[in-house]
Design a protein. Sequence first.
Length: 400
Amino acid sequence: MASRSIKLSKPDLSTIKFILVLVMIALVPFSESIKTISMYLAFAVMLAQFYSKEIKLSLTPMHWGFLLLIVSVLACSLFADNPAKSLRGIRDILLYSTVFFVASSISNEKHARAILWAFYISTTAAALIGVAYVIQSGGRVEISQLRNPNYIAVYMVIALTSMCSTIIFSDRETWRSKVLLGGMGLLVLTAAILAVFRAPFLGFALFIFALLYAGGKRRKLLLYAAALICILLFASFLYSPMWSKLITTKSLVARLYLWEYAFDVFKEHPLVGAGIDHFKCYIPPGVPDAGKTYYDAHSLYMNVAAQMGLLALTSLVFIIVGFFHEFISAKKLSGFGESLKYGALGGFLVTFSGGLFDTTLHHGHAVAFALLMGLFVAHRSQTEDKLAVHDKTGEGDLIS
């Protein structure tokens, strides 16, 4: 009998990476360990793709910003009172930086769309659990892997802005899928409001204003923006704890004290900060929340300044300026590309405007932010490559 030779096909690294990212984002609200393992395996696959020249890595200012942020952790840990304690903080920064790098290497539109839907479905499932907890036990939303209610609200609103962007812009969704997504978005909005935290809604409001600005050319966007404003105000009005918190300034007084203390720490350690997890502020009598001890400055910028210094603040500038450059220069995108663009804008605004009042660049919500940023950067890069080919050949469709 003639022997048959068995040919082993070359593993499709792109598909493996896609599956790992899919698992990662689906499990962010549910499993810390599997999420982390999946992401680092995806990063290893990306490096293998880069080594085999299957992909090329173009470093944007945003990439440099995330790299500098990692360097900042190492630098501040070197000079911290407890270097080992500070160095443990690198795990969180490494995770969401890795998410950005991996997501920015995913140029397959079908893969990107599936990842977004995994994000939406898992967030909706987590929101359902959180709402059920409030109905059963009262109080605020609880989802253990997303940590405290403030962080849950940030995560939910980032997902909500991306859902809205998909509904409004994407040409890859049917009206049925958009109706389904609208229902999921309402559940996510409900969970965000039940968390009773205002800061992420500042980013959501700015996102709506961005739609109003874009709507100067498209009347449909004006209608969507008006609908979002009405839904948000009506939902907040129905839930009295959220409505009453919208009109109180008590927490701002405590934050002003925290920011003053953080600035004093920054002045003592201006270049590299005091070290990750080295912030500790006792609220004195006469100030709201007197007697409490806070371990972060309740401001992304003041917390980074106090714990990581000018080096890390510079990394934030790279990320912020880099995003605006990517957003403004992204032209001739498909409907799906526009949905990625505005979804990234929503995540950006929630993170960096909400960051005025809380530490928004860590844990699960930083992963969601970095994922949306990366997918948008990858799609924009792919679109630019198509434009370049079209300019050279003058043939073919630019956007399918």
